[in-house]
Write a protein that binds this ligand. Structure first.
Ligand SMILES: CC(C)(COP(=O)(O)OP(=O)(O)OC[C@H]1O[C@@H](n2cnc3c(N)ncnc32)[C@H](O)[C@@H]1OP(=O)(O)O)[C@@H](O)C(=O)NCCC(=O)NCCS
Length: 190
C-alpha cells in the first residue's frame, strides 16, 4: 500500500520526475547542503534546514511534507529537491524553495522542469492560487528561472539579509495560478 501511494504521488516531467522525500533522503540532502556554492543563497535557519542539519527530520514527519526529490528520468539519479513551505490554507499561498544539489546539472533545464511540476502540485493538488519566493538579488539563475516560469517581481526588500560580511537585497517573486496555466500548457506542448 505504501509503495502504491508513493508511485501515485510521482510527478512526471519532461526530463525529471519528483517523488516525495523520505527520512532516508536526509543524508543525501546533508551532502548537498554541505556545499557552500549550493547554500550561498539559502536561508539555513528555517526549521526544515535546521532539521536536516541536526538529523532530526526522521522524527518529525511534518517537516517532510510537501517536499520532493528531483530525479533525472533517464538515469534515475537524485539531483536535488523542491519544497513548498509556510502553506496557508486560508490565503491559498505557499513559499517556494528549490535546490539542485548536484552542481554539474546546473543550467541543464532540470530545475525549470522540476519547478513546473512543483507549481502543478501547488495549483492543482493543493489548490493554491499563489506561490512566492524570496530570492537574493545576486542569484541570477534562480531569478531568471523564476521569470521563465511565469513569476512576477513584487518588490525588493533592501539590505534585508546579513551574510558574508554584507547586507543583501531580497527580491520578492510571485507566481499566480492565473497566468501560469498558459505557460504550463506551452511547456507541455513544447
Ligand atoms: C537556482 C537553481 C535551482 C537553478 O537551477 P539551474 O539548473 O541553473 O536552472 P535551469 O537550468 O532550469 O535554468 C532555467 C533558466 O534559468 C536561467 N539560467 C540558467 N543558468 C543561468 C545562469 N548561469 N545565469 C543566469 N541565468 C541562468 C535561464 O533563464 C534558464 O532558462 P534557459 O535555459 O531557457 O535560458 C540552482 O542553481 C541551484 O540549486 N542553486 C543553489 C540553490 C539556490 O540558490 N536555490 C534558490 C533559493 S531561492
Amino acid at each position: 500500500m505504501k509503495q502504491k501511494e508513493t508511485v501515485l504521488m510521482r510527478l512526471l516531467g519532461k526530463k525529471v520526475y519528483l517523488r516525495p522525500m523520505t527520512a532516508e533522503d536526509v543524508h543525501t540532502l546533508k551532502k548537498w547542503l554541505n556545499d557552500p556554492d549550493v547554500t550561498k543563497y539559502l536561508d539555513m535557519t528555517t526549521p526544515f534546514m535546521r532539521g536536516i542539519q541536526q538529523d532530526i527530520i526522521g522524527n518529525n514527519s511534518l517537516l517532510l511534507q510537501h517536499t520532493f526529490i528531483t530525479v533525472v528520468k533517464d538515469t534515475e539519479e537524485p539531483i536535488g529537491f523542491g519544497r513548498l513551505q509556510e502553506i496557508s490554507e486560508v490565503d491559498k499561498n505557499a513559499k517556494f524553495l528549490q535546490v539542485i544539489g548536484e552542481k554539474k546539472y546546473w543550467g541543464c533545464g532540470f530545475a525549470f522542469d522540476a519547478r513546473m511540476l512543483l507549481l502543478y502540485y501547488a495549483f492543482n493538488t493543493l489548490k493554491l492560487i499563489k506561490v512566492y519566493g524570496r530570492v537574493y538579488r545576486e542569484n541570477a539563475r534562480m531569478l531568471n528561472q523564476a521569470k521563465k516560469a511565469g513569476a512576477r517581481i513584487e518588490g525588493v526588500l533592501e539590505k534585508h539579509k546579513f551574510r558574508d560580511g554584507k547586507f543583501h537585497d531580497l527580491v520578492l517573486t510571485a507566481t499566480f495560478k492565473e497566468g501560469w496555466e498558459q505557460i504550463f500548457e506551452n511547456y507541455q506542448n513544447s
